[in-house]
Design a protein around this ligand. Structure first.
Ligand SMILES: [Cu+2]
Length: 251
């Protein structure tokens, strides 16, 4: 049997595997959520993406239900939608991380399209909040996608040991990671919506300012070192020039 036949035979399983994988890809293209930071106590931004309509029909509304352990959420506006949040009363008032008593929580965020999202195009919705102190827990965000025709409830949560990919309409979710050093972990409770965004923005700003201060310092060091080098080079050049001049004069 020639090498070429063996190679050709070898390629077959690989080809079928590739086809199988590509067939499986649509599962990943469901309504899903990714977070900028999943660690307990962190101020984070979750991005919900809607990659297709309801069996071809354009999306007219997206309602994202907030898990009970997340107290307040700030939605990012989207020019193609009107956005509103609904709230629910808490059984017991809780203290937020800033000494305030909180008696209600954000229950859902509703994006109603002013221009329906055509099937075949995707859109994203960003929510800002503090990750609850629940390392190891999976936070599910049941999401109702309403379309011109029909509706899809992305609300299924896998049973213990079940793979999410087996579900037809899994709820967007992410697992809370252990608290990172220095996050608002010890606050244990989510800050108020405004605080949350302010904190998230502060964190981003602080990172930016630190960067520019360092850059300036580098710059300064860099320029002075450069300046010195230039000066020395200049002086050396001067000396060399002087020497050459003296030599020509003598001869
Ligand atoms: Cu899908």
């Amino acid at each position: 049997m020639s090498i070429r036949t063996i190679a050709r035979l070898g390629a077959l399983p690989a080809a079928t595997a590739a086809i199988a994988l590509s067939l499986a890809a649509p599962a990943g293209a469901h309504v899903s959520a990714t977070v900028s930071d999943a660690s307990a106590g962190a101020y984070t931004i979750a991005t919900f993406s809607v990659p297709h309509g309801c069996e071809g029909s354009p999306t007219t509304k997206v309602e994202i239900q907030v898990p009970e352990s997340v107290l307040s959420v700030t939605p990012t506006r989207n020019p193609f939608y009107d956005v509103e949040t609904t709230t629910a009363q808490l059984d017991e008032p809780v203290a937020d991380g800033h000494g305030n008593e909180v008696t209600e929580r954000t229950a859902s965020v509703v994006y109603t399209a002013t221009t329906p999202l055509p099937d075949g195009q995707r859109d994203t919705f960003e929510l800002s909040f503090q990750v609850p102190d629940a390392a190891g827990e999976t936070l599910a965000w049941p999401t109702i996608q309403t379309c011109r025709e029909g509706e899809t409830g992305w609300t299924q949560v896998p049973a213990d040991g079940q793979d999410e990919d087996e579900l037809e309409a899994p709820a967007p979710s992410f697992e809370v990671l252990p608290a990172a050093e220095g996050t608002g972990h010890d606050d244990a409770t989510a800050g108020t919506a405004d605080d949350t965004t302010a904190e998230a923005d502060d964190a981003a700003e602080a990172a930016g300012a630190a960067g520019s201060a360092d850059a300036a310092a580098d710059d300064e060091d860099g320029t002075s070192a450069l300046g010195w080098a230039g000066l020395v080079a200049g002086l050396a050049g001067l000396a060399a020039g002087g020497l050459a001049l003296a030599r020509t004069r003598r001869s």
